[in-house]
Design a protein around this ligand. Structure first.
Ligand code: PEP
Length: 262
């Protein structure tokens, strides 16, 4: 992790915690980090609750001036209209979301999201001033057939077609086989793929922007393995699923520098 990129720890709650549970969780997380004297310069923290929680989280964060960012887990590629069940980036911006996850493997596999849709969603996020947390990653079969980098690199290229990455971007490398499996990638693999992704960013958007963009690792991150990922030169944080729902565990991941002496 380079010194000029603030580490980013992002909690993807998936379809867990209703708005009342979200209020309790965010309040306790803020207390836990304040108690531990967490320094925001050590890691930026963001939570990604379900859509129905966002208004409650916004109200709490604003009222108590909490040092936490938040965002949505998806958005529509369209801005408004007859798209039943979809949520516009305009609505997320009104809720002061800073980030939005795009192209999570669960969206790609369970909802058939294509590279073209992911690309359209990145553009939609930018239209509304949201920073995409763009997920890319290979399946176990991809890994066996093409190695670790080929699919994530191709997904990144497709997602950034015609995109001005200068409008804000976080990339999350999430090997599909590592998500929710308890079997994380090795820090060495995460580094190799993150370096390849940074190379693509440099090619597309220039060295300066590539050097400033945070690239996260995601897939079975826990308090016990976070520090090893963050020691890698091109890994700037983590997208955390299951462990982000356990307050002590997530708080511990955020404080990776202190508790493991990274
Ligand atoms: C995720 O869903 O983005 C994720 C990384 O999940 P987990 O941490 O549970 O593997």
């Amino acid at each position: 992790m380079a010194v000029n990129r603030t580490p980013f720890i992002a909690g993807n709650w998936k379809m867990n915690l209703d708005h009342l549970q979200a209020i309790a969780f965010v309040q306790k997380l803020a207390w836990s980090l304040a108690d531990a004297k967490h320094d925001a310069a050590d890691a930026e923290v963001a939570v990604f609750p379900p859509f129905t929680d966002l208004r409650s989280v916004q109200t709490l964060v604003a009222a108590d001036d909490l040092p936490l960012a938040y965002g949505a887990q998806d958005l529509s590629q369209h801005d408004s209209g007859a798209y039943t069940g979809e949520v516009s980036g305009a609505f997320l911006a009104k809720l002061d979301c800073r980030y939005v996850i795009i192209g999570h493997s669960e969206r790609r596999t369970l909802h058939g999201e294509s590279d073209a849709e992911v690309n359209a969603k990145v553009k939609a996020a930018h239209r509304h001033g949201l920073i995409p947390v763009l997920c890319v990653g290979e399946t176990a079969e991809d890994l066996e057939q093409h190695g670790a980098s080929a699919v994530p690199v191709a997904q990144l290229r497709a997602a950034l077609e015609g995109v001005d990455a200068g409008k804000g971007l976080v990339v999350a490398y999430e090997p599909v086989w590592a998500i929710g499996s308890g079997k994380a990638a090795t820090p060495d693999q995460a580094q190799q793929v993150a370096a390849a992704l940074r190379g693509v960013l440099a090619e597309i958007a220039g060295e300066e922007l590539a050097a400033a963009t945070r690239i996260l690792y995601g897939g079975s991150v826990k308090a016990v393995n976070i520090a090893a990922f963050l020691r890698e030169a091109d890994v700037d944080g983590a997208l955390v699923g299951g462990a982000s729902l356990d307050l002590d565990e997530f708080s511990s991941i955020v404080r990776f520098k202190k508790h493991v002496g990274a």
